[in-house]
Design a protein around this ligand. Structure first.
Ligand code: PMP
Length: 453
């Protein structure tokens, strides 16, 4: 095994095409090579340690080096390293895992469908939605509404659902019957002086007008993250889901809760929909289900959708969808271990405690900084938006890449964050304690000072 840090960086740089990385940036700066992790910390090939303020990609919710999960994975790999669930096959661990997941659903759900990533799970949801409307004799009801700034995946269909121009440009996306409505981005998009509640009403009105313009008989579903993540850490304004929910119901439009990030405790409730009090018809989850120890995603299917599918079985024959790694037994073993730990370690309760404490600390330390415009979020999904000018909310020129400069300064201080434009994001492992969260704030404040004074 190669251990020399520079050699590893060279090997990587000349052989890997990195996701979500600037080709020119990588050529100039080279990769950071991670080699180990324990608890909330990771270590690079030079032996430098970092507090992982992003839990990898908001997925390592239980922290690194959890023996309960790694041992479950090893044991299952030895016992039965792979089997599938096509053609009516299944495995013992998958049966147990599906049942454990249904028992944890926020509203009664009829079935789970497994995949390996958030993107493939949302792709499954899209197909399920179209399948469902075809089966119930509504072939015109196919359009999907998503929101600007949303993130639902990076495939052709899910990348189209995603409301980020940076993921459309040069890829000929969006494609398909997809409509984007405004993001509930109160800090940037609410008209001056408008209350959060009124902004929610304003967005609900836009949604209803969109539905009426297109014709409700053509709209199948509405996709929403609870707190928008990769699009800029945007929590919904007060009352948002209360306003939206009845409109969707009235027009027979399915609500798909994309809980890929928010599921399994991140917002301080088990599900994001419980934080904001709405009832999804379909739920997409991934990441936290195995705490990132194994790729796995889970679509939850409500009785409303399942009953139509089940009722049409005489007409449909084989359900023509699935992936080789749907219901992977090693993933199921990892998920069962992770679900048990979420309960035993009282992870949700920890988020409900440390989340507001960390948000309060960020506001105390940085709330008055002349270049910090907004500090927001819920649970352990927090964002700090930088501005050139607090009063006017004028942003820094994008070419300055201020967010990225702070990210680099934070890394030098031993803290990993993520820059979504000029919003720095924190989504640490959900097991982070108060002291570790203090350290996060301290390191971040130093990094802000390094770049912005
Ligand atoms: N939905 C949401 C809300 C996400 O944040 C992500 C990824 N961060 C995805 C879907 C896609 O998941 P994946 O990267 O596993 O395909």
């Amino acid at each position: 095994m190669i251990t020399d840090a520079d050699e590893l960086a060279r090997l990587d740089q000349r052989s890997q095409f990195h996701p979500f990385t600037g080709v020119a940036d990588l050529a100039k700066e080279g990769p950071t090579v991670m080699t180990g992790g324990q608890g909330v910390r990771v270590r690079d090939a030079h032996g430098r340690e970092y507090l992982d303020g992003m839990a990898g990609l908001w997925c390592v919710n239980l922290g690194y080096g959890r023996k309960e999960i790694t041992e479950a994975i090893a044991k299952q790999s030895e016992r039965l390293s792979f089997f599938h669930t096509f053609n009516g096959m299944t495995t013992d661990v998958v049966a147990e895992c599906a049942d454990a997941l249904l028992k944890r659903a926020p509203v009664p759900m009829s079935r789970v469908f497994f995949g390996a990533s958030g993107s493939d799970a949302n792709e499954t949801q899209l197909k399920l939605i179209w399948y469902y409307n075809n089966l119930r004799g509504k072939p015109e009801k196919k359009k999907i509404i998503a929101r600007q700034y949303s993130y639902h995946g990076s495939g052709v269909a899910t990348g189209s659902l995603t409301g980020l121009p940076s993921m459309h440009n040069f890829f000929d996306l969006p494609q398909g019957p997809i409509i984007h409505v405004s993001a509930p981005y109160y800090y940037r998009k609410a008209p001056e002086g408008m209350s959060e509640r009124d902004f929610s009403r304003h967005l609900a009105k836009e949604l209803e007008e969109t539905i009426e313009r297109e014709g409700a008989h053509t709209i199948a579903a509405f996709f929403a993250e609870a707190v928008m993540g990769a699009g800029g850490l945007i929590p919904p304004p007060e009352g948002y889901f209360d306003e939206i929910g009845p409109i969707l119901k009235k027009h027979d439009i399915l609500l798909v809760a994309d809980e890929v990030v928010s599921g399994f405790g991140r917002l301080g409730t088990y599900w994001g929909s419980q934080t904001y009090g709405y009832e999804p018809d379909l739920i997409t989850s991934a990441k936290g289900v195995t705490s990132g120890y194994f790729p796995m995603s889970v679509c939850f299917i409500s009785p409303k959708v399942w009953d139509v599918i089940e009722g049409a079985q005489d007409r449909t024959g084989v359900f023509g969808h699935g992936y080789t790694y749907s219901a992977h037994p090693v993933g199921a073993a990892a998920a069962l271990a992770a679900l048990k730990l979420i309960d035993e370690l009282k992870v949700v309760e920890n988020v409900a405690d440390v989340g507001p404490y960390l948000l309060g600390n960020l506001k105390d330390k940085l709330g008055q900084h002349p270049h910090i415009g907004d500090i927001r979020g819920k649970g352990l999904m927090l964002g700090v938006e930088l501005v050139q000018d607090r009063a006017s909310k004028e942003a820094f020129p994008p070419a300055n890449r201020t967010g990225r400069e702070i990210l680099k300064a934070a890394a030098k201080r031993g803290l990993i964050t993520r820059a979504l434009g000029d919003t720095l994001v924190f989504a640490p492992p959900l097991v982070i304690n108060r002291e570790e969260s203090d350290e996060l704030v301290e390191k971040f404040a130093l990094a802000v000072g390094d770049v912005l004074g």
